[in-house]
Design a protein around this ligand. Sequence first.
Ligand SMILES: NC(=O)c1ccc[n+]([C@@H]2O[C@H](COP(=O)([O-])OP(=O)(O)OC[C@H]3O[C@@H](n4cnc5c(N)ncnc54)[C@H](OP(=O)(O)O)[C@@H]3O)[C@@H](O)[C@H]2O)c1
Length: 259
Amino acid sequence: MRVAGRTVLVTGASQGIGAATAEAAGAAGAHVVLVARDGDALNALAERIGRASVLVADLSDAERVRELGERVLAEAGVPDVLVNNAGVGRWLFLDETPEQELAGMLALPFTAALWLTRALLPGMRERGSGWVVNVNSPVSRLPIPGATGYAASRYALRGLTAALRLDLRGTGVGVSEVVPGKVSSRYFANNPGAQERIPAIARLIPTVPPERVAAAVLRAVTAERAEVVLPWQLRAFELAGRLAPGLTSYLAWRTGTHR
Ligand SMILES: NC(=O)c1ccc[n+]([C@@H]2O[C@H](COP(=O)([O-])OP(=O)(O)OC[C@H]3O[C@@H](n4cnc5c(N)ncnc54)[C@H](OP(=O)(O)O)[C@@H]3O)[C@@H](O)[C@H]2O)c1
């Protein structure tokens, strides 16, 4: 699906991958709808992009996400492309994760993507065109020790992506998953303690800038790709995980964090 002249909604657009994706979509000729909590950052970005509107929303609460869906339809109409990118989550063992924080990391990315997609899907189906991109983590297919709630949310997002893709076959609405390795955003500063838990084996995979992930998101839409995993070293690791899951799990455990 082409992006020029279309409406692209990006969650988590105030910084990092979301901001870069919004800029790239704007540069490609889209009208961009920017969603996050930090209204100042969104307004500054909207000014830079030009063809952009801002919807400030906290996506950690399912009721707020449903309200956002209604606001999107009322103020911007049914988007052509929905990029579910907003995400949080420190890397913690299950029983060391405070309850509220655990609920927060399940809400973002997973339930926010679930409810927002559900709100916008009927309009896409009725129109017979649309594209949903879920930005996911390598931990959605290669679990690591000491990131249990984070992994559960990412595996759930992966399940949502795969199930939706099947449901929507032949409707004109497509679904992509974009899975970057480590990205040089402020994610690890925003979620302290996570970086220290990256298994040593994963440090062999080079870090990519948010702009490269943004390009991958647009490529997923324009080339109608089911899945984009980047960089290629992560792709190779992921393939190894499919062929020899016992080996990659052992390496993640052996070189990962222990209590
Ligand atoms: N960085 C990496 O290495 C990496 C690698 C693979 C996948 N990812 C995934 O990619 C996605 C984006 O990551 P990033 O690196 O760009 O992270 P980031 O720099 O920390 O940005 C996170 C974005 O999510 C938004 N957000 C957080 N809580 C929110 C809430 N309650 N309601 C609405 N928006 C909220 C933030 O905006 P506000 O604070 O303004 O609300 C921000 O725009 C995440 O799902 C992450 O897991 C990241």
